[in-house]
Design a protein around this ligand. Structure first.
Ligand SMILES: Nc1nc2c(c(=O)[nH]1)N[C@H]1C(S)=C(S)[C@@H](COP(=O)(O)OP(=O)(O)OC[C@H]3O[C@@H](n4cnc5c(=O)[nH]c(N)nc54)[C@H](O)[C@@H]3O)O[C@H]1N2
Ligand SMILES: Nc1nc2c(c(=O)[nH]1)N[C@H]1C(S)=C(S)[C@@H](COP(=O)(O)OP(=O)(O)OC[C@H]3O[C@@H](n4cnc5c(=O)[nH]c(N)nc54)[C@H](O)[C@@H]3O)O[C@H]1N2
Ligand code: SF4
Ligand SMILES: [Mo]
Length: 729
């Protein structure tokens, strides 16, 4: 008898509430939960493909070990854990704990206990080498607030705002950045209907840009110039919140002086947006106090992402776009221990220069974490401290790290390479062990991770939470485990103590999270782990569990008054950022004239980075990543839809299959990432089938941010030429 069960999707961070029809222990169909108070029944194609994902014939159901000939063969997971624990022990003995690194990627996120357990294990081992995808994503999102300082009352939320600005973010498709991720297309549409004034800055007339009041379509990579120009307009027209600026900031005069070169005429010449459009954008942005601005992956991957994020914060601060004393807090947290929300500024703190130092390029730990863009070099550089073992948890370095050639060399240099993945990904194919994990519907879950996205302005706009038990069985005959079980298993074998910290709301004034120690003799249950991670939560997990379809847990909280005599100030003129702004002003307007195009990042709706491409119904339209170009650029080059081109950066070349898109600015190639396979692999050139890897165009040690280490991954100068068809087979 089929049965309908409540759960939530974990194919992306949006955690849509779903109804799953289960037959004989298997998921057979997924629809949105229409009664859910936040999602109202929304799902996307990926969520509806969960049954196919769980039953995918390409799914790994056994742990694989690579033998001497390089062939992967199944082994029992318990045996793999024995062997891996023994090997890690040996490596640590010989090279010290720093030689073991952990990388957590996109699919470590939806599983609340996975990354905390993995990092607890790494900490107990004594290794500081913890890397995430954050430093190859939007490192400026953490680094800029460190340099600017933070406002204790937090930002306004998109829902209910009167003005908003999106710089290189496309929440309609990405369910990220700015618009809450619960059906952002509908939220954006409804916000426009009720009168929101929206500014979008994007070289592509993106799905979000199509809704905008003012759309600026610049040359990619010129965001610092555009935002500096906007700041100049606000200051010249005196559209700033004087009281807020006087009470809570410092550095206004320096900022005013340094944005002076960014006149309308200059911005127009350099970035290719009209002075009129820029002025209108600035006026809209300053017209209402209830507003905000978010920067997405585009500018963070383009030159000077920290500076773009920083200037965005200056725009928010000058216009007073921060939640004030007595104003309602839409979501003070549900499963997180909330930090006190106070109407006061907190001083800046270091964005880098602390913690573990890399041995390459003077890079250090940062506010966004360790510089993942330099991990391949760290693995390749011989000498004391060299990384010899890598654990990739729900990540795919070969597909996603910049500089694919260097990444390949690094993977091949490792003594121990372990990947926890549901398929033989480009990385798994090079790994010594591939651990086959349980999939989302086979494990209990809670929405704590999505709640934690508040600093990315995409967490819940209301105090919402959901818990789901495991609702289906793993496939028959499989030998799969949860990611946390794997790391707990290693800790048991290596006798390493495991301590988990409760999650707390991001904020400068938070208290120390509560800790829970685990007994190595008895593996904890999922629920015990979830309890540990939600200690001190505003709403106990037991209460959330009473609402299997998800619920809002309302509370009437507003921003508290600041402390008497609070001295914190938001810095409008951080020295490093102002130094970079001065450098920008000194750059020639026409740079990289040798290159005719700039290649930018973008996302496709039906796949999630490198995930989903083995599910036929998600790749019906494109199984590869098209190279989108303006039709007039194609005509000028004598190219047609479907032609194969060679795209060449100063570092390397890739093939691309051309697709016309009139929504692009001319001179731009827009291409999704994480496609293709490893360099030299047998199907590497099969571009019409698997696409190609844009990461190969980035050199990790050139044109990189000196703090986060992120190299140029968008707005990459490139040239294009028709390619000889090189497709294999
Ligand atoms: N050139 C370029 N490079 C980029 C970007 C770009 O725009 N341009 N974007 C960057 C960004 S924003 C990010 S976040 C990174 C992403 O970097 P990664 O996270 O390293 O890459 P993904 O492709 O998301 O890898 C996810 C892996 O998880 C596996 N997986 C799927 N489901 C599960 C599961 O349930 N459990 C486990 N254990 N594994 C699972 C998938 O098969 C896949 O191999 O890439 C970055 N790289
Ligand atoms: N369906 C789907 N959803 C996803 C993902 C996915 O792969 N598929 N990936 C997830 C991940 S890991 C992340 S981090 C988020 C990212 O979320 P977003 O940052 O919203 O990512 P994109 O949709 O790529 O939007 C980035 C926009 O920046 C523009 N852009 C590129 N370069 C520049 C530039 O130099 N300046 C400006 N102003 N704009 C530029 C691009 O044209 C694009 O429209 O999405 C997540 N959601
Ligand atoms: S938006 Fe994300 S969470 Fe929602 S159904 Fe699609 S993949 Fe799943
Ligand atoms: Mo990302």
């Amino acid at each position: 008898m089929p049965e309908v069960r409540d759960s939530f999707c974990r194919f992306c961070h949006a955690a849509c509430a779903i109804k799953v029809t289960v037959e004989d222990g298997r998921a057979v169909s997924v629809i949105g939960n229409k009664d859910n108070p936040l999602y109202h029944g929304y799902t996307c194609a990926k969520g509806r493909a969960l049954p196919e994902q769980h039953a995918n014939p390409h799914r790994l159901l056994q742990t694989m070990k690579r033998d001497e000939e390089g062939v992967h063969r199944p082994i029992p997971v318990e045996q793999a854990m024995d062997e891996i624990a023994e090997k890690v022990g040996r490596i640590v003995e010989e090279h010290g704990p720093r030689s073991v690194a952990l990388y957590t990627g996109t699919f470590s996120f939806p599983y609340a206990a996975g990354a905390p357990m993995a990092t607890a294990w790494l900490r107990a081992l004594g290794s500081p080498m913890f890397f995430t995808s954050a430093t190859i994503d939007q490192p400026g999102k953490m680094i800029a607030p460190a340099l600017h300082g933070t406002w204790g009352g937090g930002p306004y939320h998109f829902d209910g705002a009167d003005t908003w600005m999106l710089v290189g973010a496309n929440p309609t498709i990405s369910k990220s950045i700015g618009v809450p991720c619960m059906n952002p297309a509908k939220r954006l549409h409804e916000a426009m209907k009720r009168g929101l004034e929206l500014v979008v800055v994007d070289p592509r007339r993106s799905e979000a840009a199509k809704q905008a009041t003012v759309f600026l379509q610049p040359k990619p990579g010129e965001d610092p110039t555009i935002l500096a120009g906007m700041l100049r307009v606000l200051l010249a027209e005196d559209r700033i919140d004087h009281a807020f600026v006087a009470d809570w900031t410092r550095g206004l005069d320096e900022l005013r002086a340094l944005v002076e070169p960014f006149t309308l005429e200059y911005v127009e010449r350099r970035a290719g947006v009209s002075g009129e459009g820029l002025t209108q954008a600035a006026r809209i942005f300053a017209a209402h106090r209830n507003g905000g601005l978010n920067v997405g992956t585009g500018p963070n991957m383009a030159p000077r992402g920290n500076l773009t994020e920083y200037l965005g914060l200056c725009l928010n601060t000058l216009t007073g776009h921060w939640r004030r004393e007595g104003e309602f807090l839409p979501n003070p947290g549900v499963l997180m221990a909330p930090s006190p929300s106070k109407a006061q500024a907190f001083d800046p703190h270091p964005g880098w220069g602390f913690g573990e130092h890399m041995r390459v390029r003077n890079l250090t730990d940062t506010a966004a974490g360790m510089p993942t863009g330099a991990l391949a070099e760290e693995i390749l550089l011989e000498g004391e401290g060299q990384v010899k073992a890598l654990f990739s948890l729900g990540g795919n370095p070969m597909a996603a790290w910049p500089d694919q050639d260097k990444t390949l060399a690094a993977m091949n240099a490792l003594e121990l390479n372990v990947s926890l993945d549901i398929k033989m990904s480009a990385t798994a194919k090079l790994a010594d062990y591939v651990i086959a994990p349980k999939l989302s519907l086979e494990v209990p879950g809670m929405t704590l991770p999505t709640e934690s996205l508040t600093p990315y302005a995409m967490g819940y706009p209301e105090p919402y939470a959901q818990y789901s038990p495991a609702i289906v069985d793993p496939p028959e005959g499989s030998d799969v485990i949860e990611e946390w079980e794997f790391f707990f298993g290693l800790a048991q074998r290596m006798n390493l103590p495991i301590t988990l910290a409760a999650s707390y709301e991001w904020g400068p004034d938070m208290e120390k999270p509560e800790l829970t120690h685990f007994d190595l003799d008895r593996p904890p249950t999922n629920d015990e782990l979830f309890e540990a991670l939600t200690k001190g939560a505003r709403v106990p997990l037991s209460e959330v569990r009473k609402h299997p379809g998800g619920a809002v847990f309302p509370v009437d909280v507003s921003v508290a008054p600041g402390d008497e005599g609070a001295t914190g100030r938001l810095d409008l003129a951080d020295r490093t950022m102002m130094g970079e702004l001065t450098e920008v002003a000194a750059e020639p307007v026409d740079r990289d004239t040798y290159y005719a195009f700039r290649l930018v990042s973008r996302r496709l709706p039906d796949v999630h980075n490198s995930a989903g491409r083995d599910i036929p119904k998600l790749v019906r339209k494109w199984s590869y990543n098209p190279a989108f170009m303006h039709p007039e650029d194609l005509a000028a080059l004598g190219l047609e839809k479907g032609d194969v081109i060679e795209i060449t950066s100063s570092y390397s070349s890739i093939l691309g299959v051309v697709e016309p898109e009139a929504d692009l600015r001319r001179g731009v190639i827009s291409m999704p990432h994480a496609f293709g396979d490893a360099p030299g692999s047998e199907n590497d050139k099969d571009v019409r089938k698997i696409g190609s890897n844009t990461g190969r165009l980035s050199a990790s040690d050139r044109n990189y941010d000196p703090y986060s280490g992120i190299p140029l991954m968008s707005a990459i100068p490139v040239n294009v030429a028709p390619a000889e068809e090189m497709a294999a087979g």
